[in-house]
Design a protein around this ligand. Structure first.
Ligand SMILES: O=C(O)CCC(=O)C(=O)O
Length: 259
């Protein structure tokens, strides 16, 4: 797979957009500089110790902390990173808003992969023309530390159910025709990111190293996305009417308008 370099912060070439739309993912190296990586990693380490996980404490796969843009002023600028949001908009081809952000932290020797799944089936969205995630490495993430693998082109599968992330076989029971499709594994340096389509099949290896794996994920959705009424931790309790657009205060438009 070709390594993509950004032409300037917040912009990629037409070839990158074409690659993303064909494969459903793209690797963009060096979106964060060393100083930014160090600052965001330190904040992520604190979040690991001090913030409550959304998932169960004993979940071996990872610790998942949601909505850092609200919980941690040090991580908020990463969620709102202008260059990332502009690249995301170029890739998606439609105006975007934040769906949510998250830290996904795999402990050393966690012994558990994040099993194959697509993201979009978990989300209570209707009418969304595009959903995509920026998965940002805050440490070096070689294969052994839990980098991701993707099934290129699998984002054409739009009707696969939500699966059990702990079950190695569940996704392929739901989408058996993808079982023998080639997979592309993408190790990342700290400060690199991948963008992946919300319907792309992907997995992440277990962390077999002595270091934590810190990944920060910003998830963008079509700004015109409507709420379909299903439960989700990011919409529960907000009183959003079924069929209404996601409200700007809770799901800000990105990139942020210039002040
Ligand atoms: O980092 C992981 O373990 C999985 C990430 C993932 O599935 C995602 O960002 O959509």
């Amino acid at each position: 797979m070709a390594t993509i370099r950004t032409e300037r912060p917040g912009s990629v070439g037409a070839d990158v957009v074409e690659q993303y739309r064909r494969d459903g993912f793209v690797h963009i190296p060096g979106v964060l500089g060393a100083d930014e990586v160090a600052a965001y990693r330190a904040a992520a380490e604190d979040a690991y110790h001090h913030l409550t996980a959304f998932n169960a404490e004993d979940d071996a796969v990872f610790k998942q902390v949601l909505q850092l843009w609200r919980a941690d002023p040090r991580l908020r600028p990463l969620t709102f990173h202008d260059g990332l949001a502009r690249i995301a908009t170029q890739l998606a081809g439609v105006p975007l808003r934040l769906w949510h952000d998250q830290l996904l932290i795999k402990k050393p020797h966690n012994g558990a992969a994040t099993e194959f799944h697509q993201d979009a089936p978990y989300w209570p969205h209707s009418g969304s023309r595009h959903q995509l995630s920026a998965w940002i490495a805050l440490v070096d993430v070689p294969v052994e530390r839990g980098c991701m693998s993707f099934i290129p082109g699998s984002h054409d599968h739009r009707d696969v159910r939500a699966v059990d992330l702990h079950d190695r076989t569940d996704f392929f029971s739901a989408a058996p025709d993808l079982t023998y499709q080639p997979r592309v594994t993408v190790p990342l340096r700290a400060g690199d990111c991948t963008f992946h389509n919300g319907h792309l099949a992907h997995t992440a290896n277990p962390n077999d190293t002595d270091e934590f794996r810190y990944a920060f994920v910003t998830i963008y959705v079509d700004a015109q996305t409507r709420y379909d009424g299903r439960p989700h931790p990011c919409t529960d309790g907000l009183g959003i009417p079924v069929g209404a657009m996601l409200p700007d205060e809770e799901f800000p438009l990105l990139p942020r308008p210039a002040r």
